[in-house]
Write a new protein. Structure first.
Length: 413
């Protein structure tokens, strides 16, 4: 895992205000740089541009960019609302962090500030004849950039916020986090196997905050454990709910002196879950999308079947026991690996419950679970069989047609 400061920096760079601020600063510098370079412009070229040509162009840019920015913000809000109602509110975070949308808004706002600063500088007479020529050519470059951005924005709006596109975003975000966890299942720590901890051989450490763990600074914990000759057993992984009644970690030997503030600062706890370092959250969001599609108000079993296929595609990346990366970078830290049964619970339980009365969903679910058991029997055979039996039982109570029950009974072992 990355350090806490690197993680916080990556979180900040995804914010809309950060990218917009960078473009705004760049726009102001671009508008003022013409004043610096006017001395390098040959006097013979000063007559190429009319006295009021740049003024008119900048005026048009200032008015049009403000209108386009306002229009784009309205489109964004509408897309967020559509995703919240048709997909799930948890997926809107991916739309907010969409780099294309952020680049578009940053370009429009930056262009507006560029034209505004240029108009003010022209009014003050800061450019002169040579500076106007430099500003004119820079403005042409800005206009070309705006045209390219508008074309990309139009293409992006054709699918931005739609159900299929948003579901794909959730799958992509889940795949990135899931593959990172599979590549390094213990985040560099040693595996917490059969070590039994109690008050006699270890000291539990509790966190006063209530929320979800979003990040663990493994390097900071490891450095502290090496310095104090400790063994730290991390009882909660990123994405898990933590409260003061359950230990966050155990420290061995018991009654060892530790830096409490350092241990607290190594964990980032926030009220909501995040896709970062929490693959289970991605599977939960996919399950929510399917459950909403299976609600009586929507009645869209096709989306649920699509989510089942996406879940199989994601889980198929799980390596066999012999292919796991067991390298240990923090030998004084211990952590439990990701449990495949929990991923099955996150993804398939809601679909089996809400789609119990739909034979097409149940058949797709049975085929998916059977496929996962065949893809990786050493890991998925047990949870797949359990969920197949649960889905069969739910469907047996919900299906009203004997014909549908007979079709589903073909998948019984």
């Amino acid at each position: 895992m990355t350090s806490k400061w690197h993680w916080l920096l990556s979180q900040m760079t995804r914010k809309l205000w950060f990218r917009t601020s960078l473009f705004a600063i760049l726009a102001v510098i671009t508008a003022l740089i013409s004043i610096v370079f006017k001395s390098f412009m040959p006097p013979a070229l000063s007559g190429l541009v009319g006295t009021d040509a740049v003024d008119k162009i900048l005026g048009i840019l200032a008015s049009s960019m403000l209108a386009v920015t306002t229009f784009s913000l309205n489109i964004m809000v509408s897309a967020y609302n559509a995703a919240s109602s048709s997909v799930t509110p948890r997926a809107t975070r991916l739309l907010v962090e969409d780099p294309t949308t952020q680049n578009v808004l940053a370009t429009f706002i930056g262009s507006f500030l560029y034209s505004l600063v240029g108009i003010i500088a022209l009014s003050m007479g800061a450019y002169g004849k040579e500076g106007r020529v430099v500003l004119f050519f820079v403005t042409l470059v800005v206009i070309i950039l705006i045209i390219i951005t508008l074309l990309r924005w139009i293409q992006h709006l054709a699918q931005f916020g739609q159900l299929g596109e948003t579901t794909q975003r959730v799958e992509d975000a889940t795949r990135r986090t899931f593959l990172d966890r599979l590549h390094n299942p213990l985040s560099g720590a040693s595996e917490w196997r059969e070590q039994v901890l109690s008050a006699e051989n270890a000291t539990p450490f509790y966190l006063k905050d209530v929320g979800y763990i979003q990040h663990i600074d493994m390097q900071s914990l490891s450095d502290h454990a090496n310095e104090k000759a400790l063994l730290i057993f991390i009882a909660r992984q990123p994405g898990e709910f933590i409260h003061p009644a359950e230990p966050l970690l155990w420290i061995s030997p018991a009654q060892a002196k530790v830096d409490t503030e350092l241990l607290i600062s190594s964990f980032t706890v926030r009220p909501q879950r995040s896709f970062d370092q929490d693959p289970r959250f991605g599977f939960c969001v996919l399950s929510e999308i399917a459950s909403r599609a299976l609600s009586p108000a929507v009645n869209d079993p096709g989306t649920a079947i699509d989510v089942i296929g996406r879940g199989v595609r994601l889980l198929s990346h799980w390596p066999s026991v012999s292919e796991r990366d067991s390298s240990v970078h923090y030998p004084h830290l211990y952590m439990r690996p990701l449990n495949p049964a929990e991923l099955f619970d996150d993804l398939f339980t809601g679909i089996a419950r809400d789609g119990a009365g739909m034979i097409e969903v149940q058949i797709a679910l049975q085929k998916a679970l059977k496929a996962l058991a065949a893809i990786n029997p050493s890991v998925f055979a047990v949870p797949a069989k359990e969920h197949r039996l649960q889905a069969m039982e739910r469907a047996g109570h919900a299906l009203q047609s004997d014909y549908d029950r007979r079709r589903l009974s073909q998948f019984q072992e």
